[in-house]
Write a protein that binds this ligand. Sequence first.
Ligand SMILES: NC(=O)C1=CN([C@@H]2O[C@H](COP(=O)(O)OP(=O)(O)OC[C@H]3O[C@@H](n4cnc5c(N)ncnc54)[C@H](OP(=O)(O)O)[C@@H]3O)[C@@H](O)[C@H]2O)[C@@H](O)CC1
Ligand SMILES: Nc1ncnc2c1ncn2[C@@H]1O[C@H](COP(=O)(O)OP(=O)(O)O)[C@@H](O)[C@H]1O
Ligand SMILES: [Mg+2]
Length: 275
Amino acid sequence: MQKITEALVRQVIQPRSQESHKGSFGRVLTIGGNQNFGGAIIMSTSAAVYSGAGLVTCATAPQNFVSLHARLPEAMVVDYQDQTMLAELIPQMDVLVIGPGLGVDATALAILKFVFTQVQLHQNLIIDGSAITLVAQERLTLPTAQIIFTPHQMEWQRLSGLALAEQTPAKNQAAQQKLAATVIVKSHRTEVYLPSAAWQNPVGSAAMATGGMGDCLTGILAGFLAQFTTQREAAILAAVYAHSQISDQLAQRQYVTLPTQIIDALPQYMARMSR
Ligand SMILES: NC(=O)C1=CN([C@@H]2O[C@H](COP(=O)(O)OP(=O)(O)OC[C@H]3O[C@@H](n4cnc5c(N)ncnc54)[C@H](OP(=O)(O)O)[C@@H]3O)[C@@H](O)[C@H]2O)[C@@H](O)CC1
Ligand SMILES: Nc1ncnc2c1ncn2[C@@H]1O[C@H](COP(=O)(O)OP(=O)(O)O)[C@@H](O)[C@H]1O
Ligand SMILES: [Mg+2]
């Protein structure tokens, strides 16, 4: 399995064209955050904004509107149960994230099913957390879109049917091909199964083992996919590497690295990588 390198991140993150505007850097919609898990979608949305997505909207439970805006006034909000608004917004998006903090109740399932009816072929759809669990439990048919699953090992067990001990590269690749989607199997050494090849992330540490770290990754993936559109596969690999490398840099002085600290560090990290 090939290893992702810093050189690849540097290749993806280029200086911005001065002849640009917010529309040049893509539109992202994050969907999730029930009344208990608002933090998850706030971290996903923040990571998308701080990694440079041009316009970011968050569809969440109305209970989260105030806390989201207090932390992140750059993001727009919409009630995740407002199907009229979602139907209007979704076609405008380059990237959708669904799942961080969505939960697995009937409301969550209805939202996920509705989004699956609206998403379009050309759009990137990042399916994470609760949405992976629901796809697996309910055996949902996947929409036709550019799908990226971001399971941790237990979510991957639910989705692929492979018990943890069976999650070998060969079996993971076979399961990825059956899904016909990109799969990022997260662990200490995360593996990325692209349609073309499998890659391993050589960076990251136990300083990342804290709630919300995967939610943060979904936003970085969304931000990179929204901006670096000509190198889609490289953008996915670069996002995985950047997330862990930022943590490694913070971990030189910290025992644990928080998702919100990784988010805060993104703009400076990206500036360094673009030079
Ligand atoms: N601030 C917020 O709002 C936050 C909200 N969040 C949201 O919560 C929702 C549920 O997501 P979830 O990941 O917490 O729960 P679930 O899907 O049940 O998986 C956990 C089970 O799997 C097992 N396990 C085995 N291997 C594993 C591995 N490598 N990595 C991780 N787990 C592993 C693990 O084993 P154990 O811990 O018992 O050893 C346990 O039995 C989701 O929507 C998410 O976005 C969180 O992001 C936190 C911050
Ligand atoms: N020990 C570890 N070493 C390296 N990376 C880790 C470690 N523990 C967790 N991570 C990373 O943190 C993230 C955890 O994702 P996830 O379990 O979905 O978190 P959450 O759902 O709480 O946001 C993944 O990117 C994973 O690779
Ligand atoms: Mg998660």
